[in-house]
Design a protein around this ligand. Structure first.
Ligand code: FAD
Length: 256
């Protein structure tokens, strides 16, 4: 099987994020593999081990994404591809999916796995957009995947309930928490990863004109949520508390 994983390098949101001049500050920020993409990587490796074939992990980003690609290789992916966008200004979900679609053009693809959502941009658009561009089936937020020949049986999470879908390859799926338990790279895995292929492509290597990847959206402003104010504890008889609460909701919070 030809299995591909699309992986995004993201901010570690456990870290404290600061914003300088309307841009998220990269000073001292820690970066990780988007956690949902770790499920995608793990699933790809398990499917390869069961069905044979090869797993290629691909990312769009700068040179620094090499670190996360090496981690994916250490987990067990066979090959990696970095599409370097350092010299390309501004991009959005359209840009990312358009670049990926161009990369996949003419390739023999059985399965593409990605995360259900990136924990930074958080739009959950790249997977479905890419599948549309490639004109292949897709299933999002999956928690189980069985492949039997050309047939795929997928369980997807629908707000806590499950939906079972049967479809066929080629297929794109996006991973939800619970799909599997991603492994940690082992020491031999880390050593092996150093010798595994990492192909680097520039935008110019793909058949894309500037206006092909022009973003369709523009970020106007980025800001942190307002600090939470201290809560108010009401005291006294229940009846008085209810009166005070209603008055606060009407006059202070202005919600009734
Ligand atoms: C040329 C270029 C320049 C950019 N410049 C900026 C910028 O200046 N500022 C900024 O904030 N953002 C920039 N971006 C990132 C972009 O705006 C979005 O963050 C990105 O398209 C993904 O959207 P999302 O985070 O909502 O992902 P989602 O759609 O939520 O991601 C879902 C899944 O799609 C896959 N995926 C998402 N992004 C990538 C990727 N890059 N590579 C491989 N797989 C991926 C992963 O599997 C991920 O789990 C740029 C992107 C490109 C291509």
């Amino acid at each position: 099987m030809n299995i591909y994983v699309m992986m995004k390098r993201t901010f570690d949101t456990e870290e404290k994020i600061t914003i300088n001049n309307g841009v998220i500050s990269e000073d001292g920020a820690e970066y990780i593999i988007n956690p949902y993409d770790e499920y995608a990587i793990e699933e790809a490796i398990q499917l390869r081990d069961k069905n044979g074939g090869e797993v290629t992990v691909i990312t769009i980003g700068g040179e620094e994404s090499e670190k996360e690609l090496r981690t994916a290789l250490a987990m067990g992916c066979d090959k990696s591809v970095l599409i370097n966008t350092e010299d390309v200004e501004d991009g959005d979900q359209y840009t990312t999916s358009r670049i990926l679609a161009e990369y996949f053009k003419g390739k023999d693809v059985d399965l593409i796995l990605g995360g259900n959502v990136a924990i930074d941009g958080g739009s959950g658009q790249v997977g479905p957009r890419l599948a549309e561009l490639l004109d292949i089936a897709y299933v999002t937020t999956i928690t189980k995947l069985d492949i039997d020949g050309n047939k795929a049986t997928v369980v997807r999470d629908v707000e806590g309930d499950s939906e079972v879908i049967e479809t066929s390859l080629p297929l794109l799926v996006t991973a939800q928490q619970g799909l599997n338990e991603p492994r940690y790279p082992s020491l031999p895995g880390i050593m092996k990863a150093k010798k595994k292929p990492l192909e680097e492509l520039e935008i110019d290597d793909l058949d894309l004109a500037d206006n092909d990847i022009e973003p369709k959206t523009k970020t106007i402003e980025i800001y942190l949520p307002p600090k939470k104010e201290a809560g108010k504890v009401l005291e006294g008889e229940v009846e008085d508390q209810v009166k005070e609460l209603v008055s606060l909701l009407r006059n202070e919070a202005k919600v009734i």
